[in-house]
Design a protein around this ligand. Structure first.
Ligand code: HEC
Length: 121
């Protein structure tokens, strides 16, 4: 009797372990690959890009923050777009300053906005 309970607990532990390892814990993070982003949806400057910059960058770059480049309107963001995208990936330095890096989905939106012509939409 005792032996069968012992065996049962070993079997159930093995089942739990195999379920855990099958549940995606080993899923690798997709590599960041600048320039090959597929942009199926049109990105909106006013709905997506400007709020992203205001939330994460404006405290230092414009809107009262004095750090160059100023990023407080469409023209300033568009003319610095490639540089901004670089910094989101950590080149030449990671922005937001001090990290953490923005979510991949936000960086991808910014990349798509550039590829779609940096529209003021
Ligand atoms: C806490 C303040 C702060 C925040 C927030 C911040 N930055 Fe910066 N950023 C700086 C400072 C300071 C520099 C200048 C660093 C230097 O010259 O060494 C800088 C430099 C830059 C540069 C120029 C980089 C270069 O060397 O050419 C870009 C572009 C930039 N930031 C974009 C951004 C973006 C985009 C965000 C938001 C995602 C952001 N920053 C958030 C402080 C900040």
């Amino acid at each position: 009797m005792k032996k069968s309970i012992y065996l049962l607990s070993i079997v159930s532990a093995a089942v739990v372990l195999s379920l855990v390892s099958a549940s995606g814990c080993t899923k690798a993070k997709a590599p960041v690959n600048m320039g090959t982003v597929t942009c199926s949806d049109t990105i909106s400057f006013s709905q997506q890009i400007e709020p992203m910059i205001q939330t994460n960058c404006a405290s230092c770059h414009g809107y009262g923050g004095g750090t160059s480049p100023s990023l407080s309107n469409h023209a300033e963001i568009a003319s610095n777009a490639d540089n901004i995208l670089g910094t989101l990936h950590g080149t030449p330095q990671l922005m937001p300053q001090g990290g953490p890096a923005l979510a991949d989905s936000l960086i991808q939106q910014f990349d798509c906005w550039i590829q779609q012509g940096k529209m003021n939409n």
